[in-house]
Design a protein around this ligand. Structure first.
Ligand code: GAL
Length: 717
């Protein structure tokens, strides 16, 4: 890997009139520093040493950022006001009319955040987008084409276009409530304000020009996106809590009988001798021979993923060793390791290695590191590192991801797992957030939001009131970062609703077929910072303005422009070309907003529209998926296991545009790709007067690990 290099062009910018109303004199000019192309940082006041990134071992991908080129900021740095007042840091960004703000945590109900007030605080999501969530990342992306990370591990307040200053440059109109029907309870605001309860903070700015570029720079600065092992993109099934080895093996055999794919089996708390708090040791009754059990699954190409939470039980061998490195308070009577300490990291790693990694376990589901408040240590707790309980809470999930990723990396083995808490700086960690909240629609909104803040999220499936809901939920999870059935409580099986067993099997198999496409999308996340599952707002050609320039209608008459201007919370992009528009139980039809350019039906290749709002009423077995003109989708056969075998590749091409697609391939399991051990296979389609042809271009000496027999399939006549 290339060593990080800093390009430091010190741009001194100032701290002037923007803060003119400050009650404190400003004695120090603020020094912005360009860290790398289009990324600047500044320290205001005296930032705390402990921040969201300081405890994590991440290396920015400077080279990839530099390849993106320089970027100008659409705002002047002088217009960002920062000051320390009364031991707290106050930061203000200007907002202009029509500007949209995205990000600021894993929100479940809203995509656009302008108009909201939040306290960003790690917690289990409780039903309100108030900042308490699994990943309250203090990073925003503005539709003007820039973003900022407020790098503090304190609970911080954000007023996102809600506050009005006396010295506002764009003040709202003062109206008389008695007589003016246009009076507003929340007048227009041109500020985005943060209050950090610390005497200073680092602010990192990311340039565009597009919002996707902002997100890419942010992800690359955080080490690039995660590249899961290939098996991680297969189908996952978590078994009920108290299953024994025999129960698991029986269920695995049933997957085979039903012709369902299976790549990972997840064991829930009952694999452990004690849980809540945990021993991280196998239960001798339910799993008398864990070595053979895990090996037996591995031999069938099924990986084992284990549930855990952070709290250590007095009944295991770990307790005495870790006790000196734990906090003052207990959770469920378990002690709380202070993961910021190297001693803790070493002790926990050795224990995990001995009891899990050496036995062949592929990864973890790291639960309960988020909250709820009454289930966590209080903010008055103390930790041996001396860090504040609040700060430890804000990064606990991130640290567990970092430590366990490094533990696997030491073996040159990739892992892929689940976690319930995260924050800034975790883009490169191979973990996907999940939770207990179970609203299908809101799950999709979270999927969209995850793409703004450098995290992965899964709308997991676990139970259902009826067959229709079951199928609809299965369809969406198969287009998410982890296709997982989490049957820990309900024991639901993919075939539990026989009326839709065939359709559920089809979608699970489609997930397996899509692995070459998904794996390439993840490689683009790792190397280029492009989120594999993305908000429509990050898609080129998806803007009201784009239509208005070309069209004759104005924004009030043009239904497309109106749709795009509204918050779209129920459709998203997967990889470069797929637009997924899920249906929810009870729905027979829905509208889909198609960005500019022609779009085609994934299943038939037929043209469906361009830059417009369409209505679709698909059969129950189909989740609406559309492909952009020139979209190439490489598909494996409908396999049920992920092995090291090479499979024939069907290369689907949609529409009529010539296209080039850089299919990614590597060994799928190790970190050798970081040393250059990977191949980009060029799949090229030309269209000479309506005659399409395809070509596969392999780089010289390029190794191919997972494909053979390339066949083009032109889906559109
Ligand atoms: C919950 C978790 C569930 C399941 C359960 C087991 O906290 O979100 O997915 O793992 O614990 O007790």
């Amino acid at each position: 890997m290339k060593k990080a290099c800093f390009i430091v062009t010190a741009i001194s910018s100032l701290w002037l009139s923007a803060c003119s109303s400050s009650p404190q004199p400003k004695d120090k000019p603020v020094q912005w520093e360009e860290k790398t192309a289009g990324v600047w940082n500044v320290s205001v006041g005296t930032p705390e040493k402990f921040n969201l990134l300081s405890e994590l071992q991440i290396t920015p991908k400077y080279e990839a950022i530099q390849q993106m080129g320089e970027a100008d900021l659409p705002i002047s740095k002088e217009d960002i006001c920062m000051e320390v007042v009364d031991g707290k840091t106050y930061i203000r960004f200007p907002l202009e009319k029509g500007e949209k703000i995205f990000g600021l945590g894993l929100n479940f109900k809203t995509v656009e955040q302008r108009g909201r007030i939040m306290r960003l605080h790690v917690d289990h999501y409780g039903g309100d987008d108030n900042g308490r969530t699994h990943a309250p990342v203090p990073f925003f992306v503005s539709s003007r084409g820039y973003g900022a990370l407020i790098n503090s591990a304190r609970y911080m307040d954000a007023w996102i276009g809600t506050s009005v200053r006396k010295d506002s440059k764009n003040p709202p109109v003062t109206r008389d409530r008695n007589t003016d029907k246009d009076w507003e309870a929340q007048p227009y605001s041109d500020n985005l304000e943060f209050l950090v309860p610390a005497e200073g903070v680092e602010v990192i700015l990311f340039g565009g020009p597009s919002m996707l570029d902002v997100v890419r720079r942010y992800n690359l600065y955080n080490g690039g996106g995660a590249l899961p092992p290939r098996w991680g993109l297969g189908f996952w099934h978590r078994v009920p809590t108290l299953y024994s080895d025999k129960d698991v093996n029986k269920e695995v055999a049933e997957f085979e009988e039903h012709g369902f794919p299976l790549s990972v089996v997840g064991l829930e708390p009952g694999w452990m001798s004690r849980s809540y708090p945990c021993t991280y040791e196998w239960d001798k009754g339910r799993f008398p021979n864990p070595d053979d059990f895990v090996k037996g699954l591995n031999d069938q190409h099924i990986k084992t993923n284990l549930w855990m939470n952070p709290y250590v039980s007095p009944d295991g061998e770990l307790y005495d060793k870790i006790e000196p490195y734990t906090g003052s308070h207990t959770v469920w009577c378990g002690i709380v390791p202070d993961y910021t300490l190297p001693q803790t990291q070493d002790i926990m790693t050795s224990h995990f290695e001995k009891h899990q990694l050496d036995k062949g376990v592929s990864g973890y589901k790291m639960d309960e590191n988020d909250g709820y408040d009454s289930w966590l240590w209080p903010d008055v707790a103390t930790f041996p590192s001396g860090h504040a309980a609040e700060q430890i809470r804000q990064v606990y999930g991130s640290l567990m991801q970092d430590v366990t990723t490094r533990m696997y990396r030491k073996r040159n083995q990739r892992t892929y797992g689940l976690v319930r808490a995260s924050n800034a700086g975790t883009s490169s960690f191979p973990y996907v957030i999940y939770n207990d909240y179970y609203d299908h629609r809101d799950f999709i909104t979270a999927l969209i939001n995850s793409s703004f803040i450098g995290i992965l999220w899964t709308p997991e499936v676990r139970s259902s009131r009826n067959a229709e809901e079951w199928l609809r939920r299965m369809q969406t999870v198969c287009f998410s970062p982890v296709a997982q059935l989490d049957a820990w409580a309900d024991g639901t099986k993919p075939w539990t609703f026989p009326e839709v067993e065939k359709e559920v099997r089809e979608i699970a198999l489609l997930r397996m077929q899509l692995i070459p496409y998904l794996y390439t999308a993840f490689a683009d996340y790792a190397f280029k910072g492009i989120p594999p599952v993305r908000a429509m707002n990050l898609e080129e050609g998806y803007s009201a303005e784009a239509t208005l320039q070309e069209g004759k209608l104005d924004a009030t008459e043009n239904p497309y422009a109106m749709a795009v201007r509204k918050e779209v919370k129920d459709q998203f992009m997967v990889g470069p070309s797929l637009l997924v528009a899920p249906l929810f139980a009870g729905e027979k039809e829905r509208q889909v907003v198609l960005p500019q350019g022609k779009w085609f039906d994934f299943y038939t290749g037929k043209y469906v529209g361009e830059g417009e709002v369409i209505h679709v009423s698909p059969q129950l077995g189909r989740i609406p998926v559309f492909v952009k003109d020139g979209g190439i989708v490489p598909l494996w056969p409908a396999i049920t296991k992920i092995t090291r075998e090479k499979h024939p590749l069907e290369i689907r091409h949609y529409g009529n545009k010539p296209a080039v697609y850089e299919l990614y391939d590597d060994d799928g399991e190790t970190f050798d790709y970081e040393k250059g051990e990977f191949t980009r296979i060029q799949l090229k389609v030309t269209n000479e007067q309506g005659k399409k042809s395809g070509e596969v271009l392999l780089p010289e000496n390029g190794q191919v690990w997972s494909f053979r027999d390339f066949n083009f399939h032109f889906m559109t006549d």
